[in-house]
Structure formats: C-alpha cells, structure tokens
Design a protein around this ligand. Structure first.
Ligand SMILES: C[S@@+](CC[C@H](N)C(=O)[O-])C[C@H]1O[C@@H](n2cnc3c(N)ncnc32)[C@H](O)[C@@H]1O
Ligand code: SF4
Length: 462
C-alpha cells in the first residue's frame, strides 16, 4: 500500500500520484510504501520502502508549487533504479503537460523552455520534443487570448451497448427517453442562447454516441444550434460507432453545416472488436468511411486504442496500416486506461506487451504518413504510463480539441453531464458549472443550472 502522510493535501496528492505512476503494483498490495512529509521551518521527508530508510531535509520555499517540485526531484533520484515503470515524463504527474509548456513559452525562449523541462521537471528528450512540437502548433490557435471567445459542447449520454474498456456514464437508448432528452436539450440550448450574441468559435456534439438519436431527433438538435447560435469555424459530430451511422444521417449532417465527424474503429482487428464488445465489424468501418468520404466532410477523425486485449505490435501495425491507407484528416491514438467501472478493470485485465514500444511504433507510423501530433493528455492508470495523442494533417487540427485541452477559452455546455467552463484570462482561472449527471434531475431541475450560469455569462460578451 502506498501511504503518504502529510498535512498539506496538495503535496500529499501529488506525491501519491508520483509514486503510483512509477510503482503501480503498490497501489493495492500488502507491502507498505511509506513516505511522511512534515512541513515545519524546513521540509522533512522520511522514506521507507523495501530496504530504503532515508530521512531528507529540504529548505522550504514560499510557493507550494516549488516544494512539490523539490520533493519529487528528490524521490525521482532516490527511487529511479527501483521504478517498476519508466517513462519519459520525469516528475510530471499532471495530465496536461502541454498546458505547462504553453505557460513556459509565454515568458521564455524555446531553448529556455527546453532547459526548464529537462533540468527542473526531468523530462527526457522525446517528451520535450513532443511537448514543443504540439505547443508550437497550438500557439497560433490560442494566442492572442480573447476573453469573449467561446465554444459550444453538446452532450448525448447514450450508447447502443457498453464497450469493455469504457467507464463513461452512458444510458441505454430507450426510444421514449431519447425523445424526451432531445426535447429537453433543445429547450436548454434555446435558453442558453439568450446569453450570446455571436456564434461560437467551434461546436462539438459528443457522447456517448450522438448518432443513437434517430435522424429526425439529431436534425432537430443540429438545426436548433444553427438557428440559435449561427455558423462557427468548425462543427463536429462524434458519430463514433459505425453501427449507429447510415448514409441518410451522414447526409443530413453534411447538409446542415457539420463539417467534421469521427468514425471510431478503436482497432482494425476483427477478433479484438468482438472481445471489446464493439458490435461492428472492420467492414462496417470501411463502408461507413467510404460513405463519409463521398459526402466530402472537411475532416474525418478516427480513434484507436493501444493495449486492447491480446493486441501487441503486430495487431497495432495492422490497424495503423489500414487507417493510414484510408488517410483520414485526424487520427486520435489513445493508450488503454484501466478505468474504475469498466469491465476490463473489474476483470483485472493487464496487457503484458511492451507498451512503450507499441506507442513508439504508433508515433513513427503516423508521422511517416504526414500526421503531426497537435494535442496530448495523460490519464490515470494508463498502460505503461502512455499518452493519448491527437494527430492531424497540416492545418486541419480540431479547434475544439485544442480549446478543451488547454482551457484558454470558454466552453458552454448543454446536455446531461456537460460542464460549462468560463475562462478569465486576467486571472488565468476557470469557473466551472456542471450539469446534472442523473437523467431525472436533468429533466426536472435543468433550469437551476441555467440560473447558476447566468452570473458568469454577465462577465462576458459572447
Ligand atoms: C467519449 S468516447 C466516445 C466515442 C464513441 N462513443 C465511440 O465509442 O466511438 C471517446 C474515445 O475515448 C476512447 N476511450 C474510451 N475509454 C477509453 C479507455 N478506457 N482507455 C483509452 N481510451 C478510451 C475511445 O477511443 C473513444 O473513441
Ligand atoms: S466507447 Fe463509446 S460506444 Fe463504447 S461505451 Fe464508451 S462511449 Fe459508448
């Protein structure tokens, strides 16, 4: 068991996460990994793990951020040879390394940023290169900051069935519930639109699987957005599973200003699709992709997951060869995260393949095919401490994905489980308002959330 004793909750959380990342087996085993941190005039660290019994005194700094860095640096050096998992991310525990890189870029030259990432955060060169490549692409989308810029996110929390790796809160698509949900969502979109004067920069309908709505319902949602919010620079519908998409739905989306969709295989190996409960075949993916291509969407994204059951290098290479041949504008490559609540987590699944090698292969294969990484994030319990990376052909990066990752502009949410984020550049702070996560609350108390948002809307001229 990992036991971190520290009165400062912020330090405690960060050190716990650092140890958990590098010693995953200690999260639940019987052997203690104990670190106590006492904050007095100095910082006193007492580390007890296997045959290591060390006491370290560090000079305490004013800023908590610096104390966390110093403590993790010491632990990194002391424990490096014992790490169960090595990665390229040094002492970084946060899920969004690009946020840090962008912040450093605001005040430092590229060389200085490189040195800070290397010498302060101990990142290895491959991670530093990735951060800088992505941050340079994002920079032109984000700066100069504009406090009155906003994006619109619409959530559809339904799926036809549950995939074994997934822990997203999704509901079964019962016909009456879908109908009622559509009505409520449209009402919420209309009321929210009273607070805006200009179109959003980007629009994203995500889920769940938005295409579980039938053509008529989805049309009503898209049409409400077009009529009440106007035309944005990018309008994405995450179609997701090919078994929910047909030509008519795609054509309706295309005719109603949607210019970016995703068709998500997760893998191009038939056996794996069955094992993860995807309920569609490789052929379905190819057919759906061909339909979408005929309709000439501006951008198609395809999601893949590395580390799925019984998938090693051979299987990933096969998936990527097929996807590369299709040549979609965007590919998003996730590393499997074993999430609480998913079937794989309950089954105690692990993939024994070398995830670092698989991740490296996926990077090489996409980059060789002229895709550039343009956003990335890390999650808890990812196999091999891997990453999720969004790749794009040049100039076709998704504006919404950058906005949601880097949190430098506001996002208005609509729909159950959605969150609205109001960004204040003056203080670099986000104020969040969460919609209900229970469908009956969403149906009956939706208006309370709209009132909560009202006070923030007044701070902006959207
Ligand atoms: C919000 S989900 C919705 C996508 C859509 N419903 C579909 O399944 O095609 C977005 C993506 O997250 C990824 N994802 C979901 N759960 C994951 C997990 N446990 N580990 C890694 N990636 C995951 C999948 O690639 C999925 O396409
Ligand atoms: S991966 Fe997509 S389709 Fe599968 S359960 Fe999760 S949200 Fe639903």
């Amino acid at each position: 068991m990992i036991k971190i004793l520290c009165e400062n909750e912020d330090i405690k959380r960060d050190v716990f996460e650092f140890i958990r990342l590098h010693f995953p087996s200690y999260e639940n085993n019987n052997e203690d990994f104990k670190i106590s941190i006492i904050e007095g005039k100095d910082l006193e660290l007492d580390i007890n793990f296997r045959n290591i019994h060390e006491k370290i005194i560090l000079r305490k700094m004013q800023e908590n951020r610096l104390n966390k860095i110093m403590i993790k640096q010491k632990l990194y050096i002391l424990l490096f040879d014992y790490f169960e998992l090595h990665d390229s991310w040094g002492i970084l525990t946060g899920v969004k390394p690009i946020k840090l890189t962008l912040k450093l870029m605001e005040k430092n030259s590229e060389l200085e940023v490189r040195n800070i990432l290397k010498n302060l955060y101990y990142l290895l060169d491959d991670a530093i290169d990735l951060c800088l490549d992505i941050a340079k692409i994002q920079y032109k989308y984000i700066y100069p900051l504009d406090r009155n810029r906003y994006n619109l996110y619409v959530h559809i929390p339904f799926c036809p069935s549950k995939c074994s790796y997934c822990s997203f809160l999704t509901l079964n698509n019962d016909k009456n519930t879908l109908e009622k949900y559509t009505e409520n969502l449209i009402e919420e979109l209309k009321v929210n639109s009273e607070f805006i004067k200009n179109p959003p920069r980007s629009i994203y309908i995500g889920g769940g699987t938005p295409t579980v709505l039938n053509e008529d319902e989805l049309f009503k949602v898209v049409n409400t957005i077009n009529n009440y919010y106007g035309k944005s620079l990018e309008f994405t519908v995450e179609c997701g599973r090919p078994d929910t998409i047909d030509f008519n739905i795609l054509q309706m989306l295309k005719e109603n200003a949607v210019d970016r969709i995703s068709i998500n295989p997760q893998t191009m190996n038939e056996d794996t699709l069955v094992k993860i409960g995807r309920k569609h075949s490789v052929e379905d993916i190819l057919d759906t992709y061909e339909m979408a291509k005929k309709l000439k969407f501006n951008s198609i994204n395809m999601d893949l997951i590395l580390g799925l059951p019984d998938e090693g290098q051979k299987e990933v290479i096969n998936s990527l060869k097929i996807i590369n041949a299709l040549n979609p504008e965007n590919i998003t490559i996730h590393t499997l995260a074993l999430k609480n609540g998913s079937k794989l987590y309950k089954d105690d699944f692990n993939n024994k393949n070398n995830m670092n090698k698989i991740l490296e292969i996926s990077k090489t294969m996409t980059m060789e095919n002229n895709y550039n990484p343009y956003y990335m994030y890390r999650q808890k319990r990812m196999l091999g401490n891997g990453e999720n990376i969004g790749y794009s052909k040049k100039g076709l990066e998704s504006i919404y994905n950058i906005a949601i990752m880097e949190e430098k502009e506001s996002i208005l949410g609509a729909g159950m489980c959605s969150s609205s984020k109001f960004f204040y550049p003056e203080t670099n702070k986000l104020k969040k308002v969460m919609q209900y996560r229970n469908i009956n609350d969403y149906f009956s108390k939706n208006i309370e959330i709209i009132r909560k948002k009202e006070k923030y809307f007044n701070d902006f001229e959207f």
